[in-house]
Design a protein around this ligand. Structure first.
Ligand SMILES: [Zn+2]
Length: 123
């Protein structure tokens, strides 16, 4: 049992290709000769017996070199935490230094003039 990675639906797509025909047509003669077929082309439709016969060299597909290419799935899209990251940076920054106390300037006004009193109503 191969361990499957968790949490991901996307799996790598394995593309199988059959390329050069490696069948030795001169094996009965003690030599070595290939037909020069460079790529397997199925003769019949999928599901038919002729599916595995090459249309170019009429050899079985197993004589052709099998190449597997693993196509990695596209990376999953992630949402960039824009606002949250900025909020964290703001929270991590030190607080601004306290402002120095402003000097208090006392404005000295001349004392108010004494109110005028009625001189005639004193008892
Ligand atoms: Zn062939």
């Amino acid at each position: 049992m191969a361990a499957q990675p968790r949490g991901g639906r996307a799996r790598p797509v394995i593309l199988v290709m059959y390329t050069v025909c490696l069948r030795n047509h001169a094996a009965a003669l003690g030599g070595y000769a290939v037909d020069g077929c460079g790529e397997f082309t199925p003769t019949g439709e999928d599901g038919t017996p002729r599916e595995f016969l090459c249309a170019a060299c009429n050899c079985h597909r197993n004589f052709h070199q099998r190449i597997e290419m693993e196509i990695p799935p596209p990376p999953p899209r992630r949402r960039a935490p824009r606002v949250a990251r900025r909020a964290n940076l703001a929270a991590a920054s030190p607080p601004p230094p306290p402002t120095p106390p402003q000097p208090v300037v006392e404005l000295i006004y001349p004392p108010p003039s004494p109110p005028l009193t009625d001189t005639g109503s004193e008892s």
